[in-house]
Design a binder for this molecule. Sequence first.
Ligand code: ACO
Length: 328
Amino acid sequence: MPAARISGVGMYVPPKVVRNDDLRAFYDTSDEWIYTRSGIKERRWAEEPASTAELGYYAAQEALQAAGKKAVDLDLIIFATLSPDLYFPGSGVLLQQKLGLETTPALDIRQQCSGFVYGLSIADQFIRTGMYRTILLVGAEVQSTWIDYAPEGRTVGVLFGDGAGAVVIEATEALGRGIRSSHLYSQGAYAMELCIAEPSSATRRHILPGSYGMRPYMNGKEVFRHAVQRMGEAIQVALSTQNWHPNEVDLYVLHQANIRIVQAVAEFFGLPMDKFFNNIHKYGNTTAASIPICLYEAQAEGRLKAGDKVILAAFGSGFTWGSVALIW
Ligand code: ACO
């Protein structure tokens, strides 16, 4: 049975940097509040007419080049996003068309911050069964367009950024490389604790044209508590399945929602923070893009080498969460 290995990584973030102090144009906030509570210093915002599929396209091109592949080599595109270009169809088909492909299947997944981990697991299944050999997985978001710029939107608005990450996943017969296990979970009982409930198919008909906007809602404390516990559990399952000691793992890459969540997970396992790759200070929470952007930068900084033991973990809206254990 072939294993699934990440053979190329790409990323793209829009050039416009928005520093914490810049947000004071909309919100009663401060660099000190944002940085001490989340670890974020700045984020990127896409400028018109950028779309999620477009950001994903730039990241995908780089990932394909890194893997030494062309778009025509792809058997499947998986597109993870909570901010699709359109209500429907998904951004995957828009990316497929941008890549110049004619009939390559494109699958959108809606797992929010866990989208990349879910996407890796899906790719792994297709490769293990032998159905596909080369898959593109993109995590991309344009979130600056759903942020609530009204004063009461500040708690959520300061946390999110735009960006894209992409990986090419290939079948390999080389023993000891690639995805070793993936572990996925969700709990819809908490769906409304972190959501954008409007506009929706359920509510839109009641709202007058022009009168609605996006109203993201997050129960920050509840999300924080669950994120620490659930990512901790998902990492523990990955460690036990692989029979790895926490210290034996070369690099942990956790979804970048809040540096304090990563610190709490590190503390739970008694691990130093240098075992974790973080870049939230530069990009904020880029949702489905955060883990592949981390992978790209970790590799560029020499922190991911062939044969390294790696654990990825994510938690987000849904609630959804999960982990992946892999050998780089
Ligand atoms: N600037 C200044 N003050 C603010 C801001 C802001 N941007 N936002 C809120 N405040 C105020 C609040 O109104 C509150 O004031 P009060 O005490 O007078 O009522 C005070 O700051 C404290 O707010 P808390 O909510 O208690 O702050 P907390 O320490 O919980 O931090 C935070 C908030 C950063 C949101 C945290 O709860 C968190 O990180 N939660 C998890 C986020 C997360 O993991 N998201 C994950 C996934 S995202 C996805 O899946 C799409």
